[in-house]
Ligand binder design. Structure first.
Ligand code: PLA
Length: 682
């Protein structure tokens, strides 16, 4: 409703107000048009105007939906050239009747409703040659406004921008129904049906017969059937706009399925056909407007009113294009040739979708570009925001509509890489931890993708420990983890061993190197260090119970002894069990870390990110680095630890050496228990 007010009512009021103001001021005698403001550019054809004004030789026009070959040139189909040859000189240039070329219309509706369509056999279809698809739509809107007064048109969101202008200018009330779901980049079928089921009976519903513009998302056959039933049950009139027959699947019959389902279900309906795209007759303005009526008698009356609408608008349609289409559709061999050419055009577009997606993935784009290949027809609804589109135009001379729609017909092998680079540069970037991809439905893969975050958490964990505990050796562990990761990057660059060929295209990492797996190396480093620390603390614990060095810094006896003493004090078996569990915890943690390392390593192969050899190399590198680093850490802490800890900065930060302490937590608990006096005397 709000959209309608903005688009229809507000401009009308503004126009009236301006007219009134200028007349009231007496301007209209000496300045007839001074009150006429400049209209905004058309959102689609305005893009072509800007493109033509650009002097950059590298410019790319992906705005208007006009087919181009792989060298970016407009195409005249061979079948059309042959029809042109046959037509040339053989016809005089008289006016066509108001309803245009009758045989052309009959060929045209056969292509849409089907050769053996009962509605055609029963002569239920009123028809008229129109000024291409736009002319058909405009006549439909005028007919609705005139013969179904007070009815509303339901238009999908989004849609071809001109639909809104057309029904607005025909003064028909507009409602917009949900069609596209950005989150799934698919059809919002449930909401669409829900919305339409609430439309008042007697309303009209505009549907794109195939290759929805701009989304490239069509209902499935089943969904078309459901929609047809819904519209029938709710007494809604379907108006099908068929501007791309053949461009969705490459097969004109398949692309007519919606039209045929609705006709079969006995709908009264309107159909707007265009031969601009599928025959490449853009400038010839050839279309056909038809209305399926109750019977022949009704069709006759309706057709007479269709002519009555056309006559004061443009009198009668142009001759040449209609003759071309008629020559092609009425000649079996020529029609066959044309069908092959439509298929070829559709296939080139499909191959460009694959190429564009591959290029984006090869650039390492972390976003999903599946929708480029999932969508059908002439357009790709990229999801780029208007600001990003502006960047593509300003910085790269790439022209597209501001709703992020790309005319795939303008993409070719020469410009696809430049287009992908520009989209990648100005497109959305993603930040996520690990971002491991897995196959839909692979539960193990999903769990392993979650496990792939572990190396990042190992580093975060070390950082948090360092911050919370201020242990000297933890600073060195953290440094070791970072060095391991950096070393992997250096080795990968030096060896340049590729990622597994079988999966790299799907994962979009073909341009990355994989030897060794840094995930595996970092995890192996973390797990080995944890194991060595555990063994070291156990060793110092048993030494201590044999009278060895006490490294806890708390001045108490070994934690094991302390625990035993506590147990004795409480004297309960349950407490003893809890204590034993607490003692076993450090070992359990080490075991879990080793298992997690195994899961990460297995996941790298299962998910296709690395070969087994790359993972094995990562594990070997990480664990041997950890062992070497551990020796170095021990020596460093023993030799230089005390001196380091005396440094003013480390003292101020309360850094400490707790390497030799068997159970840091127990030691701290004892310290706190001893009370403030103990802390002061410390
Ligand atoms: N209906 C839809 C859904 C369309 O996309 C178009 C054309 C038409 C009707 C009208 O086509 P015609 O009058 O040329 O037969 N849309 C184009 C061109 C290809 C345009 O905007 O006029 C587009 O770029 O969206």
């Amino acid at each position: 409703m709000e959209g309608l007010i903005r688009q229809a009512v507000v401009p009308l009021l503004q126009q009236q107000a301006r007219g009134f103001a200028s007349r009231a001021a007496g301007f209209w005698c000496d300045s007839w048009f001074s009150h006429v403001p400049e209209a905004p550019r058309d959102p689609i054809l305005g893009v072509t105007e800007k493109f033509l004004a650009d002097t950059n030789p590298q410019k790319i026009n992906l705005g208007v939906g006009a087919y181009r070959d792989d060298s970016g040139q407009p195409v005249v189909l061979k079948s059309v050239r042959e029809a042109e040859r046959r037509v040339a000189g053989s016809h005089f240039m008289e006016y066509l009747p108001i309803a245009g070329h009758r045989q052309f219309c009959e060929d045209s509706v056969k292509l849409a409703y089907g050769e053996d369509s009962p509605v055609l056999k029963n002569k239920q279809v009123a028809m008229l040659q129109s000024l291409s698809g736009t002319g058909s739509c405009r006549l439909s809107a005028e007919f609705q406004g005139h013969w179904l007064p007070g009815s509303t048109i339901y238009i999908p969101t989004p849609t071809w921008a001109n639909h809104l202008n057309i029904w607005r200018d025909a003064h028909v009330a507009i409602e917009q129904y949900p069609y596209y779901k950005p989150e799934t980049r698919g059809l919002d079928f449930e909401r669409m049906c829900d919305f339409l089921s609430k439309a008042p009976a007697g309303s009209a519903v505009l549907l794109h017969a195939c290759a929805h513009n701009p989304t490239g998302v069509d209902p499935t056959t089943e969904q078309w059937r459901e929609l047809s039933k819904l519209l029938k049950a709710k007494t809604l009139l379907p108006i099908l706009d068929c501007a791309y027959q053949g461009f969705a699947s490459g097969d004109c019959d398949r692309d007519a399925q919606a039209i045929r389902i609705f006709a079969e279900d006995g709908h009264r309906m309107m159909l707007c056909q265009s031969f601009a795209k599928n025959m490449g007759l853009y400038g010839q303005r050839v279309g056909c407007w038809s209305i399926v009526c109750e019977d022949e008698k009704e069709a006759k009356a309706v057709e007479s009113q269709m002519k009555a609408l056309a006559r004061p608008m443009y009198s009668n349609p142009p001759l040449f294009g209609a003759l071309l289409v008629h020559n092609i559709l009425a000649d079996k061999a020529l029609k066959q040739q044309w069908l092959g050419e439509v298929k070829e055009m559709a296939e080139r577009i499909i191959s460009m979708r694959t190429l564009l997606r591959q290029n984006l993935e090869a650039l390492g784009s972390p976003l999903s570009w599946n929708h480029i290949t999932d969508q059908i027809g002439m357009f790709c609804y990229t999801g780029l925001a208007p600001e990003q589109v502006d960047k593509l135009t300003a910085e790269h001379s790439i022209y597209l509509t501001r709703n992020g729609r790309i005319s795939m017909a303008g993409v070719n092998t020469n410009n696809v890489a430049r287009l992908a680079e520009a989209i990648h540069k100005w497109g959305l970037k993603a930040f996520c931890i690990a971002c491991a991809k897995f196959q839909e439905g692979d539960t193990l893969g999903e769990a392993l993708a979650v496990a792939a975050t572990a190396p990042y958490f190992a580093i975060y964990h070390a950082a948090v420990l360092l911050h919370a505990r201020r242990e000297l050796h933890m600073a060195l562990v953290m440094l070791g983890l970072l060095l391991t990761s950096a070393l992997c990057t250096v080795i990968k660059k030096a060896l340049k061993q590729p990622r597994p060929a079988a999966t790299c295209a799907l994962l979009g990492n073909c341009h990355k190197h994989g030897m060794p797996s840094s995930h595996s190396a970092v995890m192996a480093f973390a797990a080995t260090t944890a194991l060595l620390l555990y063994l070291h603390r156990r060793g110092s614990g048993s030494n201590r119970s044999r009278g060895g060095r006490n490294g806890s810094g708390s001045g108490s006896a070994g934690a094991k002894d302390t625990a035993a003493a506590r147990t004795a004090q409480r004297g309960t078996a349950a407490a003893a069990a809890v204590e034993r569990l607490a003692q076993a915890l450090p070992l359990l943690e080490v075991v879990l870390l080793l298992l997690l390392t195994a899961a990460v390593a297995y996941g790298r192969v299962h998910l296709g990110y690395h070969s087994p050899a790359q993972v094995a190399a990562g594990l070997a590198l990480g664990s041997s680095l950890a062992a070497a680093w551990w020796r170095l850490t021990l020596t460093a802490c023993e030799r230089w630890g005390p001196a380091l800890l005396r440094l003013p900065l480390l003292r101020a930060l309360h850094f400490r050496d707790s390497l030799g302490c068997l159970d840091v937590h127990a030691a701290e608990a004892d310290l706190l228990k001893a009370g403030p006096a103990a802390k002061r005397s410390d």
